[in-house]
Design a protein around this ligand. Sequence first.
Ligand SMILES: Nc1ncnc2c1ncn2[C@@H]1O[C@H](COP(=O)(O)OP(=O)(O)OP(=O)(O)O)[C@@H](O)[C@H]1O
Ligand SMILES: [Mg+2]
Length: 316
Amino acid sequence: MRLRNEGEHDHEYVTDSSRGDLTFMQETTDIQIGELSPNSVLKVENITMQFGGVVAVNNLNMEVNRGEIVALIGPNGAGKTTAFNVITGVYEPTNGAIYYNKKLIVENKPRGKMKKYYSGQNAGLYYKSISKTPDKITALGMARTFQNIRLFKSMTVFENVLTAMHVRRTSNFFTAMLHLNFSEEKKMREETASLLELVGLSDVKDDLATSLPYGKQRKLEIARALATHPKLLLLDEPAAGMNPQETEELTQFIRYIREKFDLTVLLIEHHMNLVMDISDRIYVIDFGRLIAEGNPEDIQKNPKVIEAYLGGSDNG
Ligand SMILES: Nc1ncnc2c1ncn2[C@@H]1O[C@H](COP(=O)(O)OP(=O)(O)OP(=O)(O)O)[C@@H](O)[C@H]1O
Ligand SMILES: [Mg+2]
């Protein structure tokens, strides 16, 4: 555990109506950082992601414990996907730290150009610069799906999952195809077949991924993520574009895979029925900042949350 140095100030950005137009404000709350709960799988600590003058994620703190299903919600442009991109190593944050299974995987302080731009909360609190690349993070047991479906368009359903299995190896798909011995390849094919069976896609295994209806493409994305043997699964709007019945099925499906694969799940979602039904806990962000955390019942009653959603967003 580390404590803020005596006399150090917190700084807070305040945004006016146009996002990214920043003025500067000081406050002096004392905070302690670096404490992890006993079952911590993911801890996001004071994460800020600033693109030039745009503060997409602003001093975010979140923790996800083993076996939980946790939702990250907020209006459009709140910074949810950016938070996922920082957690999965796509972006190096401007400031803050991330622990995965109680191990520090990201720690960053403002550097280079950001040193000049960033004078926000907790500047100067971090010392090292560590950031793992997305492939390393996947190898540690974290997998994700994307807001915009990213499947290999010219591959079949089966090939899409098989490729993801190869990601677990150090070699890429093609070199792996050349060098793997027959039994290893056979094992992966068997595992692909049983994974497709399990998620209910075996009947379309030889179809082109893009020929599937939307709901099944989303399921295939999840199957691809599962092929990397994750312990923590991050889903970015898995129900986007789904009708109420598909959304209900997806809710059951997420519960099912959580049990089956002993997963912890962090999901971004705008479908409030799904969020309120499935989540153990919910984090709400607005303009990059955490505005609420709690169980579904409390979140639905929270005036700050209601205001964030009613004040200038069409989500609901
Ligand atoms: N690479 C980038 N460069 C500059 N600005 C960015 C970048 N990525 C995201 N942003 C900005 O950060 C803010 C947060 O975007 P983000 O995509 O994280 O929101 P979101 O909460 O996922 O929204 P949605 O619900 O619409 O998916 C937006 O203002 C966006 O324009
Ligand atoms: Mg998003």
